[in-house]
Design a protein around this ligand. Structure first.
Ligand code: GLU
Length: 239
């Protein structure tokens, strides 16, 4: 398993996301990628190989935005190529990063193809992006669309999602893979482990299995697997 990072801030999220990825490199990975909301639109860059390759791509064609997600991939479905690297997007409006394995991806993929969604990767992950896009049409917000989507997934996942429909938040979900929320002042973060976020915060909220959370600059809303609002423990890191 590799790594995810997410940022909801006022300042540019890209340096924080990239430092987070560098701090997750020890987990092992074969490719890396980043997506931010740049003037309300998803802007994405991906690269095979080291985080350094992604940094070089960013230096050549910079993107910026105060809300974003990033990923180091350890391929399980589909070889390490740029097209298979995360984030995966659906119709340009939704971008997601995923750690883990979706066991029922084939059936979900067939259904989505029937609904007219075009696939650009061989990953199990891409179904999640299209599923969230599909559910956004009938859901009040991104949080609700992610909840509907994870209810359909079998397998293990840590997810972070951004959407042009709500450009001021990151939604995360966990089932079988770790996710921690980093609490800042007027900014909040998410990552696979606390080490990724130590340059920006020492306060962490630990999600439990089945939780889905909406992270904004000034609020964090956590729903458990039954859909009820819950408070999760906040702890100060002594690392
Ligand atoms: N199963 C996904 C893929 O192959 C995610 C792998 C991971 O955890 O990095 O893209």
């Amino acid at each position: 398993m590799c790594g995810i990072v997410g940022v909801v801030a006022e300042r540019n999220s890209v340096p924080i996301l990239m430092e987070g990825l560098r701090r997750l490199e020890y987990r092992g990975y074969d490719s890396a990628g980043i997506a931010v909301l740049e003037r309300g639109r998803v802007a994405r860059l991906r690269a095979v190989g080291k985080v350094k390759m992604l940094q070089d791509a960013l230096d050549a064609a910079p993107i910026s935005g105060s809300v974003g997600i990033a990923h180091t991939r350890w391929a399980t479905h589909g070889v390490p190529t740029t097209n298979n690297a995360h984030p995966h997007v659906s119709r340009d409006g939704v971008a997601i990063v995923h750690n883990g394995i979706i066991e029922n991806h084939e059936i979900l993929r067939a259904e989505l193809k029937g609904l007219g969604y075009a696939f650009t990767s061989e990953t199990d992950t891409e179904v999640i992006a299209h599923r969230i896009h599909h559910h956004l049409a009938g859901a009040p917000d991104l949080l609700a669309a992610v909840r509907k989507t994870v209810a359909e997934l079998q397998g293990a996942y840590a997810l972070a999602v951004v959407s042009e429909s709500d450009p001021n938040c990151v939604v995360v979900a966990r089932q079988g893979c770790p996710v921690v929320i980093g609490l800042g002042i007027d900014e909040n973060f998410v990552a696979s482990d606390v080490a990724a976020l130590l340059p920006v915060t020492r306060r962490f909220m630990f999600l439990e299995e089945g939780d889905v959370a909406e992270i904004r600059r000034n609020s964090i809303k956590v729903l458990d697997s039954a859909g009820g609002h819950v408070a999760r423990a906040v702890r100060e890191s002594d690392l």
